[in-house]
Design a protein around this ligand. Structure first.
Ligand SMILES: [Zn+2]
Length: 259
């Protein structure tokens, strides 16, 4: 077994036998791994294995089976996220997506950094719905889905009020709308924003602000894309969908204009 020190983010834990736990941690240096924690309730490790805990871990990596946590320090808990059921449910979904798109043991420091940054920005109070959309769009490639939101699939012109077509698995410009009578009839701002989301930088993220109506259109389109091309159904996403149907009642009303 190899002993390493690495940043890591706890994805989830589950009970195993009487008082032991299995903990899935996305590590920066060794990808996602399953760790075995014996007598978890009495272990000093218990504070480090809660979902969404971000810490420096000293671990023993076992290539053929379960790995072990030796020690940890610099624990960062996402306090603001954990205090708000809306933020928490989106953050939980983002973790589940990162888990779903990556095989265990695969080194992916770029995804690790992107995931941690997304949580940091949710913690800092940025729009969790938009952050989630951006995360979903940038993850498409890891699900093996490559869609061109830049140009018309037929004439390759750019910068037009585009619509999306499943038949062409891409955009159609107004001149070629008629090529697919079942095109989605999107608000052209939707594909425009999706293209921006594909390559957005962390700095730009902090300046993005969208109206509620546009966010709903994005949510609907990204759901369609995931249904058609990714086909995963995560419990945490179902929870968000349920939350949005009755959650409006609970949401604190903002004064003045919608952001
Ligand atoms: Zn065209």
């Amino acid at each position: 077994m190899e002993r390493i020190e690495t940043r890591g983010l706890v994805l989830y834990n589950r009970n195993f036998r009487e008082d032991d736990k299995l903990v899935k941690i996305f590590t920066e240096k060794a990808g996602k791994r399953m760790f075995f924690v014996k007598h978890a309730s009495k272990s000093k490790l218990v504070v480090s294995i809660q979902p969404m805990t971000y810490a420096d871990f000293i671990v023993k990596i076992n290539e053929d089976g379960l790995s072990y946590i030796e020690d940890f320090h610099q624990v960062q808990a996402f306090k603001q996220i954990n205090q708000d059921i809306f933020r928490l449910s989106y953050a939980t979904y983002v973790l589940a997506l990162a888990d779903a798109c990556l095989q265990d043991k695969v080194y992916d420091p770029a995804l690790f950094a992107f995931l941690v940054k997304t949580l940091d920005l949710m913690e800092a109070g940025l729009d969790y719905e938009v952050l989630t959309n951006i995360f979903e769009i940038q993850l498409l490639g890891r699900f093996g889905v490559s869609l061109n939101f830049h140009e018309c699939a037929i004439c390759h012109r750019v910068g037009l009020p585009f619509d999306f077509s499943y038949r062409y698995a891409g955009l159609l410009c107004p001149q070629h709308y008629h090529q697919d009578e079942r095109r989605l009839h999107l608000d052209p701002n939707v594909p425009y924003l999706i293209e921006r989301f594909q390559a957005i930088s962390f700095d730009e993220l902090e300046t993005i602000s969208l109206k509620e109506e546009m966010k709903q259109k994005l949510r609907l389109f990204i759901d369609q894309i995931y249904e058609e091309y990714v086909g995963i159904h995560l419990k945490s996403k179902k929870f968000i969908d349920d939350l949005s149907s009755w959650g409006q009642i609970m949401k604190p009303r903002e004064t003045g204009e919608e952001k």
